[in-house]
Design a binder for this molecule. Sequence first.
Ligand SMILES: *[C@@H]1O[C@H](CO)[C@@H](O)[C@H](O)[C@H]1NC(C)=O
Length: 281
Amino acid sequence: MATSNVNSLLLSFLLFGSFFIAAQGNLNEHFDITWGDGRAQILNNGQLLTLSLDKASGSGFESKNEYLFGNIDMQLKLVPGNSAGTVTAYYLKSPGTTWDEIDFEFLGNLSGDPYILHTNVFSQGKGNREQQFYLWFDPTADFHTYSILWNPQRIIFSVDGTPIREFKNSESIGVPFPKNQAMRIHSSLWNADDWATRGGLVKTDWSQAPFTASYRNFKADACVLSNGASSCSSNSNWFSQQLDSASQGRLKWAQNNYMIYNYCTDSNRFPQGLPAECNNS
Ligand SMILES: *[C@@H]1O[C@H](CO)[C@@H](O)[C@H](O)[C@H]1NC(C)=O
């Protein structure tokens, strides 16, 4: 009796104390400013983070934790007005030369013209899996929630709870899937006017600088790496979550109405045949 109490106490400590970390709130606790010489700031007692870009430099931050799987939400409000030439990148990435990466990139535009939300997935250093979308709202007028659900079977990108992209584990047909390398969250605001807006035709208007993007309400249900080991039981919803039929309907809605580029339909780009995972969706 005493032993089993101790065991269950230990078990709940292991499951809830150490490994499944539900993080929320104070951005100071979860992120470090990594570059930009004062252009990135955590404000309001850790409730708000801002990145800025001017002609001399952009800025960026990264998470203190490394995550191996998770369900991660962040609210972003993008550079308003004439944001042409600017890119706000928000992504997960592991270090090294055969890295894994899950990307959201927001490509700015002239006032009133639509941002492009660019997504990509790298596994073992190989990407080339771009899908791009317009948004169904003005992403500069208010905060919106951008989420990455990453579990061993799939990666789902969502916007305000609407899934826009699913990248399934296709290891069974020989496609590496990110599942062995822990990743940090990274974000940066930088100048990419050689390609970002209308393929580089529209340049950054530096008279509008500084450009600012804002972040708040970070929330991560995730497995956190510590001392080189991340131990995750499957004892959590997101760990085995998949799209139910309602979510599949919303994914379809987003893709039918807002997707503007899909590498899986770009046969000119892949004369030897589309990537294998394209047949598994
Ligand atoms: C910018 O606006 C133009 C014109 O509407 C559009 O073709 C383009 O896709 C938009 N977005 C970017 C990032 O270039």
